[in-house]
Write a protein that binds this ligand. Structure first.
Ligand code: ADP
Ligand code: MG
Length: 256
């Protein structure tokens, strides 16, 4: 159902929590290979959008397509396997694990779940896979600038390093679409620039990026296109500078 160049399309997507319409008939699409931003004031529905698209929450209504595949009835792991990856706003990493193991946990998706193959090939595949997974994880850590961090405990990392670790974990199974929830929130300019550089690097590997930011300035020079949402619906969409200057967007932020 998606148009030719669209990697993700949602139509009339709604998610209600009791009386709260976190998403209210939202329709939008993301073009392949873009860096696409989603902005909006606190409580606009940004994180809920990610949770519904990635199958963590079931939509109340509406349709979601990955290219031409309808995915709104799929489970989170099935969606991930199609090539979706993401990070979490609260920096969810496993504190009492080292950095490398945190990144490797992103590969669990690849584990063989066919019981027969599992039975016959388990030892063989585990030893082979582990090596492959480890190499991929080390490569991802290097890619995000965390080379040499493998053996560090995750709880020793500062905030920017945690976000970079999340990026490394999200990259480890070669996603087609990577969804980043506030990857630079609470960071100073220097750390924000560091994160932006990695996002650009990810995009130059032909990975489509969908990035949430409450802070409009963070996505201005990063994104090809921005969708502004509020009350779970689209407020404005287009080139970053047009969206930023849209009176409807300015008003939504003033109302915070
Ligand atoms: N699990 C939940 N249960 C109930 N209400 C929720 C839940 N998640 C989000 N909400 C509500 O949905 C709205 C959108 O929240 P959210 O998607 O987190 O916004 P944003 O990420 O844009 O700040 C808010 O009113 C929030 O309180
Ligand atoms: Mg949020």
């Amino acid at each position: 159902m998606g148009e030719n160049n669209e990697i993700l399309t949602v139509k009339n997507l709604s998610k209600h929590f009791g009386g709260v319409k976190a998403l209210d008939k939202l329709s939008m699409s993301v073009d392949t290979n873009d860096i696409h931003g989603i902005i909006g004031p606190n409580g606009a529905g940004k994180t809920t959008f990610f949770n519904v698209v990635t199958g963590i929450l079931e939509p109340t209504n509406g349709e979601i397509f990955f290219k031409n595949t309808k995915i709104d009835n799929l489970k989170a792991d099935e969606i991930a396997r199609l090539g979706f990856s993401r990070t979490f706003q609260k920096g969810s990493i496993v504190e009492d694990m080292n950095v490398l193991d945190n990144v490797m946990s992103g590969m669990y998706l690849y584990n063989n779940t066919d019981p027969i193959k599992d039975f016959f090939f388990k030892h063989f595949s585990i030893s082979n896979r582990e090596k492959e997974i480890r190499e991929k994880a080390l490569e991802s850590l290097k890619f995000v600038g965390l080379e040499g961090y493998s053996e560090r405990w995750a709880d020793e990392l500062v905030w920017v390093e945690r976000q970079l670790l999340q990026l490394a974990r999200a990259l480890v199974f070669d996603p087609k679409l990577i969804m980043l929830d506030e990857p630079a929130s609470g960071m100073g300019d220097k750390e924000t620039d560091q994160v932006k550089k990695v996002i650009n690097k990810i995009n130059s590997r032909d990975i489509t990026v969908l990035v949430i930011s409450h802070d409009v300035s963070m996505v201005m020079d990063l994104c090809d296109k921005i969708t502004a949402i509020n009350f779970g619906n689209k407020l404005s969409e287009g080139k970053p500078k047009d969206v930023k200057n849209d009176p409807k967007v300015l008003e939504a932020y003033l109302g915070e």
